[in-house]
Ligand binder design. Structure first.
Ligand code: 13P
Ligand code: SF4
Length: 324
């Protein structure tokens, strides 16, 4: 419980001793809500008002009546919150918290790709920049991508960007052919099939849970594939008592909280000498930076009116198409 909340008093950076209490006080003062992704460090998850996957976070951002949104996640997620709330202050503890997947789809190259296929509907995974969203017809997340593609008339060709692994997975699930942008996530392509198989031999009763951003050889070994929220729900309901988790291991904090009697084993990366299965961007946010962002009302997400207007439409389509 909140063990790392007590930090050294540091007058130069004006960091209070009890960061948890200081953040709670700032939350009241600012009328702020703290939204956090499951890949954030445990302390940030523990202080958040809402923890979720990208869809849940977008839905929360769309309905919050807080005046300030403190987004503990990566840049594209905070941008989404800003697009949905252009008149609110949206804070991101570290502006350098980007995303390799979003970076793999530069806007100029994507504009040319789109122009070369003018008859195609553009469905973009939410892990992309606001500029790519503004060029898209519909946004999706890992939890609704299959559901959204199934709602598109069969005679309509589709461009799916930027994640080729999620795109390939959606093609398998829907039987639809789609033109895939060849982007990928550095975290989800790091898992080793060989080591996963070795782990399965050591833990024969364990179920393998994988995020659809993983490469096909990992997904082939999965007992269940889904978004972070779906993986969390699955391990709560499953009768298995042990799970190998092939996604960013930050989610294991919630898994252990919600199913404390079960065993969760992070899927290993190819390289033994790195923490490559941890997202280096997500992990840039710290409790200290979150406090400073709230105290200084900065760094904030800023977007042009033109981008907000264009990117809002495909996001609203996604929210409407996600309703059960
Ligand atoms: P979800 O939040 O949709 O599970 O996606 C995980 C992810 O990679 C976020 O960057
Ligand atoms: Fe981007 Fe991958 Fe990190 Fe998710 S885990 S934020 S897709 S780099």
């Amino acid at each position: 419980m909140f063990t790392t909340a007590i930090v050294q008093n540091n007058p130069a950076r004006e960091i209070p001793v009890d960061l948890f209490a200081a953040i709670q006080a700032l939350k009241q003062e600012l009328n702020a809500v703290i939204l956090a992704h499951y890949y954030q460090e445990p302390d940030i998850q523990d202080i958040a008002d809402y923890i979720g996957d990208s869809l849940g976070l977008a839905q929360q951002a769309a309905k919050t009546d807080a005046e300030v949104i403190v987004f503990a996640g990566v840049h594209f997620m905070a941008e989404t919150a800003k697009i949905l709330n252009p008149n609110k202050l949206v804070l991101l503890p570290d502006l350098a918290a980007g995303c390799s997947l979003a970076d793999s789809c530069p806007s100029q190259e994507f504009a040319a790709f789109k122009a070369a296929h003018p008859d195609h509907l553009v469905i973009s995974y939410i892990n992309c920049t606001a500029e790519i969203k503004a060029m898209s017809d519909i946004i999706c997340t890992s939890s609704n991508a299959v559901q959204i593609v199934r709602q598109i008339p069969l005679n309509r060709p589709i461009i799916f960007a930027p994640d080729r692994n999620l795109g390939r997975y959606v093609m398998q699930q829907t039987g639809r052919n789609m033109l895939l942008w060849q982007g990928s996530c550095i975290v989800h392509e790091t898992f080793s099939e060989k080591k996963l198989v070795q782990l399965k031999i050591q833990h024969p009763a364990a179920e393998v849970l994988a995020h659809p951003e993983c490469e096909p050889p990992i997904l082939r070994h999965a007992d269940y594939v889904g978004s972070t929220t779906a993986l969390l729900k699955f391990c709560q309901k499953s009768t298995a008592s042990s799970f190998i988790v092939a996604t960013e291991p930050g989610i294991i904090h919630q898994m252990r909280k919600e199913a404390s009697h079960k065993n969760f084993i992070p899927a290993p990366p190819m390289n033994n000498n790195c923490n490559c299965n941890e997202c280096p961007y997500m992990r840039l946010n710290t409790l200290e930076k979150l406090y400073l962002a709230m105290k200084n009302r900065s760094p904030e997400i800023k977007l042009s009116e033109e981008i907000v207007t264009a990117a809002l439409k495909p996001l609203q389509r996604m929210l409407a198409m996600s309703v059960k």
